[in-house]
Design a binder for this molecule. Structure first.
Ligand SMILES: Nc1ncnc2c1ncn2[C@@H]1O[C@H](COP(=O)(O)OP(=O)(O)O)[C@@H](O)[C@H]1O
Ligand SMILES: N[C@@H](CCOP(=O)(O)O)C(=O)O
Length: 364
């Protein structure tokens, strides 16, 4: 591109539900709620100036509009994009950058809003800088910011995904353990010493994943309480160690679940039991009034069509997988939550494709 090129593109990133019961920090499912960025910018000057161009203009609509920062040096997505650019020798955003974000993913509900914002930031940096990063390298950048792989991997590649983090050698472990504030420093708008410091690049090949089968009949009912629960707070209540009995309980179920959700027709008896968990849900129930009763009283026997029910991500959303009876499942859950003083909305969702960048125009 030369100086006069104006480029426009869109980035679409799906919501995700992590864990699906027993797969804590391991499995994620992409769902049909989107974060969409509509981006326009001029080409980079041939010589990078030492001070940044005027800051990008961000506008925002949809979920989180009242709370999201519109300062590009504070907003999660644009900070991640700048991190990716700066790690690849592009020191600043390009000139005349405007970004409109439209977000359907509610904040702090266990539907992967932060994972989507991070993945959108990685794709934004990659596209703005014409970096052509491989999917694996994109994942490395996302994992430097959101360190459990379940949401970001499913958001990036789409589908029902299992992932692990490679065991890193000492040097790479240190590189990957850098505090988030250093990975994502808040840059000042004007020239300053912070602009001279290169951020730490991620080690290569941190995350690895596989896509499981997903039976086309299965849809997801997301029952979304009208309060936010930050993932950090819902991780703080978890213990550091577990009994062998509880670990084996989860491993047995996870091994069955990853294949059972790909079988057609899906088997409710098998799946309902395989979606139980002893690693995170029992510890999080105190943060979500009504959750234990919702998980134990809505079953394939009481609600034909239900396959299984679990906490979505770190909560507070409940995710029911089903082939029918969606209204009845949602109504019963809403009634239980209401008795505990919790209002909910519910959405019927499909499994969604992975993230997509579409170049809409590139003109002189
Ligand atoms: N589209 C977005 N743009 C900027 N920041 C976002 C966006 N989506 C989420 N966030 C940030 O992530 C936080 C929610 O993250 P988290 O507590 O992990 O919950 P979730 O389960 O929704 O991922 C929000 O409060 C906000 O700071
Ligand atoms: N495995 C993580 C998943 C968090 O997902 P989120 O959508 O709540 O951010 C956890 O359970 O903490």
């Amino acid at each position: 591109m030369d100086r006069t090129t104006l480029r426009q593109f869109t980035i679409r990133v799906p919501a995700t539900s992590a864990n699906i019961g027993p797969g804590f920090d391991v499995v994620g499912l992409s769902l049909s709620l989107d974060l969409i960025l509509t981006v326009s910018h001029s080409s980079f000057p041939e010589q990078h100036p030492s001070s940044p161009p005027p800051p990008p203009k961000i506008t925002y609509s949809g979920e989180g509009a009242k709370e999201v920062p519109l300062d590009a040096y504070k907003n999660l997505t644009t900070r991640v994009a700048l991190y990716v650019l700066r790690c690849n020798n592009v020191p600043h955003f390009p000139p005349n950058l405007t970004i409109h974000a439209h977000n359907e993913i509610p904040f702090g509900r266990g539907l992967g809003s932060s994972g989507a914002a991070v993945v959108a930031g990685v794709l934004l940096g990659n596209t703005l800088g014409n970096l052509n990063l491989s999917v694996s390298r994109q994942l490395d950048f996302a994992l430097m910011v959101e360190r459990h792989p379940d949401n970001v991997t499913a958001a990036l590649v789409g589908g029902f995904i299992g992932s692990y983090l490679r065991e890193l050698d000492r040097e790479a472990t240190e590189a990957a353990s850098i505090p988030l504030a250093e990975v994502l420093p808040e840059y000042p708008k004007e020239a300053g010493p912070e602009w001279g410091i290169s951020p730490p690049s991620p080690p290569t090949g941190i995350g690895h994943y596989v896509r499981f089968g997903w039976s086309e009949e299965i849809r997801a009912v997301a029952i979304i309480p009208q309060f936010e629960l930050s993932t950090a707070k819902a991780r703080d209540v978890l213990p550091q160690a577990y009994t062998r009995k509880d670990l084996v309980f989860n491993l047995q179920r996870l091994a069955v679940l990853t294949t059972a959700l790909g079988q057609s027709p899906p088997d409710p008896e098998l799946i309902y039991e395989a979606m139980k968990d002893r690693i995170h849900q029992p510890y999080r129930k105190a943060l979500i009034p009504g959750l234990p009763e919702v998980l134990s009283s809505i079953t394939p026997d009481t609600h034909p069509g239900l396959l299984g029910i679990c906490l979505s991500g770190a909560g507070p959303t409940t995710l029911a997988l089903a082939t029918g009876g969606y209204d009845e499942i949602a109504a019963s859950a809403a009634e239980i939550f209401k008795r505990e003083g919790v209002d909910v909305v519910w959405k019927l969702l499909e499994v969604a494709p992975g993230s997509l960048v579409t170049i809409t125009s590139s003109s002189r």
